[in-house]
Design a protein around this ligand. Structure first.
Ligand code: CMP
Length: 135
C-alpha cells in the first residue's frame, strides 16, 4: 500500500553535504520524492514537530539545533514508505542502535546529530506532513 512519510535532512546533514547521499538512498530503495523544500524553520514549527518530547530534558537543545540552520524537508512516497525509510535511517542512536549500511550507522556518531528524521507511524506521518507541507 502506497503511503507518505516526512523525512528531514537535519541541519547537521545539510552542513556536512549529505543531502544528496540521503536522497540517493531514498531513490535507490524505490521510494519517490513527492515534495521537497530547503528551509530554516521557526521555533514554533520545531516545537510542534517535537511536541511529544516537550517534557524531555533535551527538548530545548533539540529545538535550538533543528532551528540552527537550513534543513531539507521531504514528503517521501511509496509502498510502506514509513517503515522503509526508518529502515534506511537506522536506529536513533547512531552507534548503539543504527547498524552499518544505514544512514545513521554509516555517517553519524551522536544521538543529537543523527542526520535525519523519519515519521514513526501513520499518525505521526499525517500530523507531520500537515505541519511541514500544509499545501
Ligand atoms: P528524531 O528521530 O528526529 O526524534 C527525536 C529526536 O530527539 C531524535 O531524532 C534525536 O535527534 C533527539 N534526541 C533523542 N535523544 C536525545 C538526547 N539524549 N539528547 C539530544 N537529542 C536527543
Amino acid at each position: 500500500m502506497s503511503e507518505r512519510t516526512l523525512v528531514l535532512v537535519k541541519p547537521d546533514g545539510v552542513k556536512r553535504g549529505l543531502v544528496g547521499e540521503v536522497i540517493s538512498r531514498i531513490e535507490r530503495k524505490g521510494l519517490t520524492l513527492a515534495q521537497l523544500e530547503l528551509r530554516t524553520v521557526e521555533r514554533s514549527v520545531a516545537e510542534e514537530h517535537y511536541a511529544e518530547h516537550k517534557d524531555k530534558p533535551f527538548f530545548g537543545e533539540l529545538v535550538d539545533f533543528i532551528t540552527s540552520g537550513p534543513l531539507v524537508a521531504i514528503a517521501v512516497e511509496g509502498t510502506r514508505a514509513i517503515s522503509a525509510f526508518r529502515q534506511l535511517a537506522g536506529g536513533t542512536d547512531p552507534v548503539e542502535k543504527a547498524t552499518p549500511g544505514t544512514i545513521r550507522g554509516d555517517f553519524a556518531l551522536e544521538v543529537q546529530y543523527n542526520l535525519v528524521h523519519g515519521s514513526d507511524s501513520a499518525e505521526s506521518a499525517e500530523r507531520e506532513l500537515k505541519l511541514w507541507f500544509p499545501n
